[in-house]
Design a protein around this ligand. Structure first.
Ligand SMILES: [Fe+2]
Length: 189
């Protein structure tokens, strides 16, 4: 279940219908999909087969030509290099569509003059339309597995805004694994 925040005004939404409504007003599609089609450790091929109907429906609706499964975890080679590509404010010329199977991450959307952060987790489907100014970061466990859709088989490349907006927002996750801020204690004898 996603958590939608507007950090500049301290607003936080955790209700599915409210999140869908707020995001729809910003031109962002958000849906909840069932996760019970496959076991958590299913192969990418099994995942694509299990969700074939939804994948084809999305292709019809959005003009996507291909889909794959991305799987990122702390053991992924060059993970920091990969994340650095995503975590600076950018746009690209095709939609960024993700159905999250495992792990958590945050999409920051700089849209209609304000920044929204959408923390996504298992079962969340989010479509960030092409041209939307955004950036993405993983939560602390640096893990995400998702189905992705593409409008071109050649892949996309980010166009960075270099506005530095991303530096003003803490990439903190507050979902199910959040246990509150760390409290520093000092023990005095
Ligand atoms: Fe992106």
């Amino acid at each position: 279940m996603a958590v939608l925040r507007f950090p500049e005004t301290d607003q936080k939404l955790e209700n599915e219908a409210a999140i869908r409504g707020e995001l729809a007003a910003l031109g962002i599609d958000y849906e909840r999909w069932s996760l019970d089609r496959v076991e958590a450790d299913a192969s990418a091929e099994d995942v694509l087969r299990a969700y074939a109907e939804e994948i084809e429906e999305m292709k019809r609706k959005g003009g996507y030509v291909t889909a794959d499964v991305i799987d990122v975890n702390p053991a992924t080679p060059n993970l920091d290099v990969m994340l650095a590509k995503f975590d600076k404010e950018h746009t690209h010329s095709e939609d960024e569509v993700r159905f999250i199977l495992a792990g958590r991450g945050i999409f920051f959307l700089n849209i209609q003059g304000k920044v929204a952060s959408v923390e996504v987790g298992p079962g969340d489907m989010l479509c960030v339309p092409k041209g939307t100014t955004h950036w993405f970061t993983l939560c602390e466990d640096r893990r995400i597995r998702a189905i992705r859709w593409f409008q071109q088989t050649s892949g996309w490349s980010p166009e960075y805004t270099d506005a530095g907006v991303d530096k003003n927002f803490q990439p903190l996750c507050f979902g199910p694994t959040y246990v509150g801020p760390r409290v520093e204690t000092s023990i005095r004898g």
